[in-house]
Each structure stands twice: as C-alpha cells, then as structure tokens.
Design a protein around this ligand. Structure first.
Ligand code: FES
Length: 146
C-alpha cells in the first residue's frame, strides 16, 4: 500500500488539530466497524463564513490526513462552499488514497456535515442540501449487506 507524499505530510504534521471553545458548530462522527472517531469544530461568522476549523481524530493515519486536509479546505469558505468539500474533493487534494482507505475519508466529510447541522440547529435555520448526518458512517454500509 502506497500513500502519496501529501497524505504522509498531513498524517505526520496534521493541520488545525484541537478544539474551538464556544464553537458555532461541533460534529462527531464514528465508524463502528473500525472504531475510529472524529470530531470537527467550526467557527462561523455572521456572514456564514467559516473563520476557523479544528478537529480531533481518534483514528487511523488516513483518517487523520483527510481530517487535516478537510479543515484546510473548509477554512475561509461559506457554508454552501463547504458542502462541496466532499470526501472525493479531499482525496483529490491529497493526491488520492489507497482503495481500502477510501472509507476513512468519509469520516471527514460526515463530521463537517455534522458540525454544520449542529450550527443550523443552534440557529434555527435550514441549510439547503444538507441532510441529517449519521453518527456512525458504517450504518449505511451494513444496511446494504443485509
Ligand atoms: Fe477507520 Fe481509517 S480505518 S477511519
């Protein structure tokens, strides 16, 4: 299994690790299958622009690298733009992930959605195009198996 240089860089020097006190939105997502958990904090200003983003990941190297890159990608973006930061976009920014590690990148995408969902709930607003995130991203996979 080979990781790109960018993946190795973000794994070894993850950006934006930590917490934001009084964050506008916080989202926690896990994957029950591998036991990995990610928490994402967003600081969103009155114009709906993401001023800061931090994360904590208890997870594999690919999960750490994708969370790190995801925080870099959503910083400075509007909520609408942040919804475009899909796991695919994160993987492309990292020059790809080995196929068995693609699911790890879903944690980052879902955690951003969960944090935006939390923000929307706190403000009593609806974010167009945002579906209620899952707490456990392996849920959907399991349903397909049965
Ligand atoms: Fe669980 Fe990578 S193995 S997120």
């Amino acid at each position: 299994m080979a990781y790109s240089e960018k993946v190795m860089d973000h794994f070894q020097n993850p950006r934006n690790v930590g917490e934001i006190e009084n964050a506008s939105g916080v989202g926690t997502v896990g994957n029950a299958k591998c036991g990995d958990i990610m928490r994402m904090y967003l600081d969103i200003d009155d114009n709906g622009v993401i001023q800061d983003c931090k994360f904590k990941t208890f997870g594999c190297g690919a999960a750490i690298a994708t969370s790190s890159m995801a925080t870099e990608l959503v910083k400075g973006k509007t909520i609408r733009e942040a919804l475009q930061v899909t796991n695919k976009a994160v993987m492309e920014a990292l020059d790809g992930l080995p196929p068995v590690k693609v699911h790890c990148s879903l944690l980052a995408e879902e955690a951003i959605h969960a944090a935006l969902w939390d923000y929307a709930e706190k403000h009593g607003i609806r974010i167009e195009g945002l579906a209620k995130p899952k707490n456990d991203i392996s849920e959907g996979e399991e349903e397909e198996e049965y």
